[in-house]
Design a protein around this ligand. Structure first.
Ligand SMILES: [Zn+2]
Ligand SMILES: [Zn+2]
Length: 449
């Protein structure tokens, strides 16, 4: 089975579209200038100078979109989302989760297996893929669990799951605490193939912690999660990866020592990659000083030193990509006390605007680099990376960098509203998303509902 066939989505009509005069930016292809872009039968048919392609020249009629002053990027890829299916559809479904992805400009999503039941058997994975083929608005792939039931001891049938379409393996939500179990999984990777992705924390260090261990947690008298809970596990598992010559991906890195460990072990040849979330790039622990549970996530928001380290890591490429870790929860769940509320924030609808507003506009990260990092996540799992070139399937996003919006003011496409950026004013409005050749989102259109 080719890896492209491991993304599932509901059938949709192929786009017939002419976007006139938008600034097209695809750093991989080397385009960074205004162009007309013609999409025929869902593929990029022509790229021309502004004004070169008009509706008459491109007859029979296609929908024409005025793009002057706006930008077209390759659509974004999110290698880490929780779509809560099967079992927790009151938080999110494949329909609503992928609608949130479409609204955020994404053309590929990779969903985590910590569902109910856990994606640890061929049967569960098959039925999930069948549901995605009926409901997903954006091509969606699935990771299966490393251990049965996320129990941390017995390995899932990794080879059979890989044959059925699992893009990789993770126990996300939980670490693989036992080095011996992880070592067996890495050895089994030789048979199963696929990337093993890790949520890194040491439960004996995280303890009952609910936020970053530091001055803020001390002042609030709340149990903290120290940065070394993550970094000691990253260092351990880099060593294991190198020893077994295995391919490992680190999920949602949040602290400076983890970035240091990656630098150290990559120099020695470890085949490891990493992701970082928009919230760890743009927020720190003092956001939670009022005990607003929107700011409770795992790993927790850390301090400025750690935030700067993950920004530097993303800039240098030691951290390969951005991932939202979109983690929807129902309002009544998040309305509990800070200690009791579940961890997680939604993120699909705010990923690009948050990074653009907080990091690109102030000149901290360059726009082409952000586009590259926001489209790289699928490639780490062997998926084709979206590119803007003639002949390619259209996977593009139209963004108005000059306009702004208030997060949540118009509601969310996600079923849940626990967004840590709620109420913030962000620049960079996603106007249109085309995924796998189909128009999946158009701002203000009834078709999104
Ligand atoms: Zn996680
Ligand atoms: Zn996660």
């Amino acid at each position: 089975m080719a890896l492209q066939e491991k993304l599932f989505h509901k059938p949709a009509p192929a786009a017939e579209l002419l976007i006139q005069g938008a600034h097209i930016l695809d750093p991989r292809v080397g385009i960074d200038a205004p162009h007309d872009i013609l999409i025929r039968k869902g593929r990029i048919a022509q790229l021309g100078d502004p004004g070169a392609l008009d509706a008459e020249a491109t007859a029979p009629a296609v929908q024409t979109v005025a793009g002057t002053g706006k930008h077209v990027f390759p659509a974004f890829v999110d290698p880490h989302v929780h779509l809560r299916t099967p079992g927790q559809e009151y938080k999110e479904s494949l329909d609503t989760g992928t609608a949130a992805g479409a609204a955020g400009g994404f053309c590929q999503l990779i969903a985590m297996p910590n569902t109910a039941p856990v994606v640890d058997t061929v049967t569960v994975l098959r039925s999930l893929a069948a549901t995605a083929a009926q409901q997903a608005r954006v091509p969606t792939g699935f990771l299966a669990s490393i251990t049965v039931g996320l129990g941390g001891s017995d390995l899932s049938p990794m080879a059979a799951l890989a044959d059925t379409g699992a893009l990789g393996f993770t126990d996300d939500g939980k670490p693989v605490s036992s080095a011996g179990v992880l070592r067996r999984a890495l050895q089994y990777q030789r048979l199963a193939g696929r990337v093993i992705a890790l949520h890194e924390e040491d439960p004996t260090l995280s303890g009952a912690g609910v936020m970053h261990e530091g001055a803020v947690s001390a002042r609030l008298g709340i149990a903290g999660i120290p940065s070394i809970s993550e970094s000691t596990m990253v260092a351990r598992d880099c060593a294991l990866a190198l020893y077994e010559n295995a391919r490992v991906h680190f999920q949602h890195l949040s602290c400076a020592e983890s970035v240091d460990a990656l630098v150290f072990w990559r120099q020695r040849g470890a085949r490891v990659s990493a992701e970082v979330t928009p919230h760890h790039l743009t927020l720190i622990d003092d956001a939670a000083c009022d005990l607003d549970t929107r700011f409770k996530m795992n790993p927790p928001l850390r301090t400025e030193v750690h935030r700067q380290a993950v920004i530097d890591g993303l800039r240098s490429g030691i951290i390969d990509c951005v991932a939202t870790d979109h983690a929807p929860h129902a309002a009544y769940e998040k309305e509990m006390s800070f200690e009791e509320a579940p961890m997680g924030t939604t993120g699909l609808e705010t990923s690009f605007p948050a990074i653009y507003t907080e990091l690109v506009k102030p000149g901290i990260l360059r726009l082409p680099l952000v586009i590259e990092r926001m489209t790289a996540g699928g490639g780490l799992y062997g998926l084709p990376i979206p590119r803007i070139e003639v002949g390619a399937k259209a996977n593009i996003v139209l963004v108005d960098l000059g306009s702004s919006f208030t997060v949540g003011a118009g509601g969310y496409a996600s079923r849940s509203e626990n967004c840590c950026f709620h109420g913030r004013v962000f620049s960079g409005v996603v106007e249109m998303t085309i995924a796998a050749g189909a128009l999946v989102y158009e701002r203000g259109s009834e078709a999104n509902a």
